[in-house]
Ligand binder design. Structure first.
Ligand code: GDP
Ligand code: MN
Length: 383
């Protein structure tokens, strides 16, 4: 589970990591009030859980109220990589001389936690790791002992951090490691950790992802997760509600299947036949009418979807049950909003195909033909 920047900063601040003064705002007026509390100049930052907000136009600096109004107005409500911005963090702007990176994560290759420091902060650290891995100093930690203070100092030294701030940076790194361990973090990251002209070190951004399976041990973090949820995209919220595994993609062929492998295969075939998948949607086992109806609700309410393909393999879930579910769910509509193609295989597939109401759906015998048909339908709409 990912925390929002403002939440991660709260966690970091409570642990003693310096962060800029900031206030959350949901409207332009609230942003103005927040800026007065914080003091100009301020940074206005979109609170959505995507990286690279800076480049995507989700962060603006404002020196006075006029600039702030303009910035808040343009960022609030904007679409940032598929997320609608509902809230901004209005934050004391930091006048920085340097941007560093510090992070803690699990190095699965080594089977150990790793603490990282780089002087190449402020940019996408994955790119730095790919182009110039030497630019990131790494210290592996024995989890039985935790991070020794000398390890933090060594990482900071190896990274080539200015000695004037080395002590403060290694203290931030130690605190971040302890937090990561105590709070069952998956990734903890400060990028950038800003260094001011008078050698102050301050966390200008904050990422904290928590291991979801350990959330029961951290009711405070679980609560933050619930509070942040309304910022999820509408479709992701629905998927959570319905208990589906769902990933939105950018094509126009909606895909529904019962099993992750089945759905992946369908995605590949849609691509193979020249189409473009709109989503990954696994309804899981036991595809009863209400589950089918929920799955259809998801793909029908995705404005990108022009046609839908069902790929169902009957195992414990019988084909005739699924067919009844599809008929029932589609029977609710006066008009089917988007063409639906169904492929059924496995247990009671023949019975299922006979049951399916062909005035509601197109039935295809093979997966290949079903996918081709859906791609055709989707293509007809876009032409
Ligand atoms: P991200 O793009 O989503 O990772 O958002 P960040 O919070 O890391 O901000 C991206 C960049 O915006 C930073 O590297 C800075 O260059 C700039 N920025 C963010 N906050 C401030 C600030 O308070 N003052 C100044 N001058 N620049 C900032
Ligand atoms: Mn950042």
């Amino acid at each position: 589970m990912k925390l929002h920047e403002y939440q991660a900063k709260q966690v970091f601040r409570e642990a003693g990591i310096p962060t800029p003064a900031s206030e959350l705002a949901e409207s332009v007026e609230a942003a103005v009030a927040a800026a007065e509390l914080v003091g100009y100049p301020v940074a206005v930052k979109a609170q959505v859980q995507v990286g690279g907000r800076g480049k995507a136009g989700g962060i603006e600096l404002a020196d006075d109220e006029d600039e702030l109004r303009e910035a808040a107005d343009s960022i609030l409500g904007m679409d940032l990589k598929g997320y609608r911005v509902e809230r901004v963090l209005v934050e004391e702007a930091v006048d920085f001389a340097d941007e560093l990176y510090v992070g803690v994560t699990m190095d699965r290759g080594e089977g150990k936690p790793v603490a990282m420091v780089s002087t190449r902060g402020g940019v996408n650290i994955e790119e730095v790791a790919a182009e110039d891995p030497e630019a990131i100093a790494r210290e592996h930690v024995d989890p039985a002992f935790g991070m020794h203070p000398f390890q933090g100092r060594k990482a900071v030294y190896d990274a080539g951090v200015d000695p004037a701030v080395a002590r403060d940076v290694s203290s931030v790194l130690s605190t971040l490691y302890d937090l990561w361990e105590d709070k069952d973090g998956a990734d903890a990251e400060i990028n950038p950790l800003m260094v001011t002209a008078d050698d102050e070190v301050i966390a200008a951004d904050a990422v904290f992802n928590v291991d979801e399976d350990a959330l029961f041990r951290h009711p405070d973090l679980a609560e933050m997760g619930e509070e942040g949820e309304f910022a999820e995209s509408e479709l992701e919220q629905k998927a959570d509600e319905y208990g589906f595994d769902y990933v939105r993609l950018d094509g126009n062929v909606g895909i529904i299947g019962n099993g992750a492998g089945l759905v992946m295969t369908t995605l590949d075939l849609v691509d193979h036949y020249g189409g473009s998948p709109a989503n990954f949607l696994d309804v899981g086992g036991g595809a009863k009418a209400d589950r089918i109806a929920n799955a259809l609700d998801m793909v029908f309410s995705d404005e990108n979807v022009d046609a839908v393909v069902f790929n169902i393999f009957g195992g414990i879930t019988r084909g005739d049950e699924v067919a009844n579910g599809i008929n029932q769910a589609l029977g609710e509509f006066d008009e089917i909003p988007k063409p639906v193609v169904v492929r059924l295989a496995g247990t009671n597939a023949e019975e299922g195909m006979e049951i399916l109401d062909t005035s509601l759906v197109t039935v295809e015998e093979t997966l290949e033909s079903a996918v081709q048909r859906a791609v055709e339908y989707a293509g007809e709409v876009t032409q």
